[in-house]
Design a protein around this ligand. Sequence first.
Ligand SMILES: *Cc1c(COP(=O)(O)O)cnc(C)c1O
Length: 351
Amino acid sequence: MSKYWSPSVRELTPYVPGEQPRERMIKLNTNENPYPPAPGVEQVLREFPADHLRRYPDPESWGLRCALAANYNVEANQVFVGNGSDEVLAFAFQAFFRQERPLSIPAITYSFYPVYCRLYGIDYRTLALGDEWQVPLEALDADSGGIIFANPNAPIGHSHSRDAIEKLLERVTECVVVIDEAYVDFGGETATPLVNRYPNLLITNTFSKSRSLAGLRLGFAIGSPELIEGLERVKNSFNSYPIDCIAHDAGIAALEDEQYFETCRSRIIATRDDTRRQLQQLGFDVLPSQANFLLVRHPHHEADQLFLALRDRGILVRHFNTEALQDFMRISIGTDDEMAHLVETLSELTR
Ligand SMILES: *Cc1c(COP(=O)(O)O)cnc(C)c1O
């Protein structure tokens, strides 16, 4: 605590990201992709003319927005890009959720959302998950100041169908509904086709997980032109150039290679489903997941102890120290070799 801090900064509870270890470990703690980005990305990095860095990037990131628009079958004025989807989300909270009425969020979801609420002084209410650990769509209040959840949800992995999302949107028309689709490419169903019919729907997504580019920092949102303009108003009051020239070109290259994308994501899906079965054989309770992670607990072993024992053996997973999640570990899906090593180690630890 410093006397130099603004009063509001003294009240903040910042988000704590998963650890990035300095030593070499099997890293299954931040849902990164175990495979390298598309080969075209490496070519961009190798061939990028350093002289271009003299100039500021295009403040509108037009080329990348057009590539995303083509990919998702929308217009470029329905696409917003940011420095990671965390930045896009921060702008969305600022642009849409500073309302009289409280924001509605599920009790368990991406833990950054309450952090943004505190940053912007947004009141929020939380809704308990359903019996199958699902986001309780029917309990989300049409009178809210806004609604946000991840689909597939983090760190659970449960995913709602587009039809279920559409039922929500038929009912909730007076506030913005943000659906964070960071994990949708691992088996969820995107709600993007609904943006043309529901002007209050904003979908956010990221290049960090399914495109293997967490280190590049690229996220995006898709919605109606009026929502995108709202995001641009915030962005242009904060930083004109969130996307650097290299990230811009590398992002386009990542989108171009559809075959590589399909190969990587189907490999991860297959590895996830194998790992799920193997962990169940060890006695773990494994929640169904449409994401690139599994949330698991063992009836006879404490999650925090298993987390530490794995860490000692060079395997990093995630343990959340909250009442709702303390019995669980979240395990990101790595390569088949990494997962075989994990399963073998857990088999020794739970024997
Ligand atoms: C990883 C993640 C993000 C953040 O992604 P970045 O684009 O790397 O900032 C956003 N939402 C959820 C649910 C995530 O898991």
